[in-house]
Design a binder for this molecule. Structure first.
Ligand SMILES: [Zn+2]
Ligand SMILES: [Zn+2]
Length: 295
């Protein structure tokens, strides 16, 4: 049998294969991944998420943009490139395979139906393998991002509680799983910000990184090194302007690192030795001006 070329890549395939062996195994593992993870995506389209996948902080509500992104990924009709969402793609492939399905079937059900029989040798296999791989990659990025970007918001403000609260990025409101009080994420962030900016604390970059992590702000070691290298994070100084150090290691201000880590310093990119406090002052002035404009 003469080898032919896989329509989805440059590799050889046999004549009775629709796609090459490698593309076949990618397709199978994509479907497996979707079957395991697609309900987490479905959760995001609902008003309250976190019931099934046990994210911290009790139940929470995803913000509108996050809900819309998850909804598009699942049920989008056609994006800017003419690509369609998972639901319609899985439905069409089910039809190709001659599977029975109903309008009530969720993407999770549809994936299961596809996997319940042979799906590699259909004439639609090359197209759907490609589309489903694209959608799976997008979905994985969406869910991974969420895991990485989970933010610990600090203690529950209820004085009788104080449990650590955490929520994935994009969440606007959380319920404390301990005392059942509801807090907006914005309020919890403000509380955290005030604690940190008032602290006057200094430390080595590693110590501060650990402290920020405890406050719920994760930074990568390489990112912090980059800030130091590009002088965005500058060594703390005493009242006489002498640089502070301990055991030969430079000390930095927790407040400075906090502002960088939370992106409040983004505007100061490439400006070198900018004075943080001046910048914060300016920002407040601007806010006041904008507020005044609206009066
Ligand atoms: Zn291939
Ligand atoms: Zn609480």
């Amino acid at each position: 049998m003469a080898p032919t070329v896989c329509p989805n890549c440059w590799r050889d395939k046999t004549e009775n294969q629709q796609i090459c062996t490698l593309c076949e195994s990618t397709f199978a593992s994509d479907l497996k991944w979707l079957r395991l993870n697609i309900r987490d995506l479905e959760d995001y389209t609902e008003k309250r998420v976190g019931k099934r996948n046990g994210h911290g902080g009790g139940g929470y509500r995803a913000s509108e943009p996050v809900r819309v992104a998850a909804f598009d990924l699942l049920y989008g009709q056609s994006d800017e490139n003419g690509h369609q969402g998972l639901d319609i793609t899985l439905r069409c492939f089910c039809a190709c395979l001659g599977k029975d399905y109903s309008e009530h079937d969720t993407p999770y059900d549809l994936t299961g139906k596809i996997m319940s029989g042979p799906f590699l040798r259909n004439s639609g296999t090359p197209v759907y393998a490609k589309e489903i791989h694209r959608l799976k990659t997008k979905a994985r990025r969406f869910l991974d991002f969420d895991d990485e970007e989970k933010e610990i918001l600090g203690p529950c403000p209820n004085p009788e509680c104080g449990v650590q609260l955490a929520a994935p990025v994009g969440v606007v409101e959380i319920t404390c799983r301990h005392c059942n009080n509801k807090w907006t994420v914005g309020y919890l962030r403000d509380q955290r910000r005030a604690r940190i900016l008032d602290s006057g604390r200094t430390g080595t970059s590693i110590e501060l990184q650990d402290l920020l992590a405890q406050c719920g702000i994760a930074t990568k070691r390489s990112t912090v090194r980059g800030w130091v290298h590009h002088k965005r994070l500058t060594q703390a100084v005493d009242r006489e302007g002498n640089p502070l150090e301990r055991d030969g290691k430079p000390l930095y201000r927790l407040a400075d690192m906090y502002l960088l880590a939370t992106g409040e310093m983004r505007k100061a990119d490439h400006t070198g030795d900018v004075n943080l406090w001046e910048l914060v002052g300016k920002k407040n002035e601007q806010t006041r001006e904008t507020e005044a404009d609206h009066e």
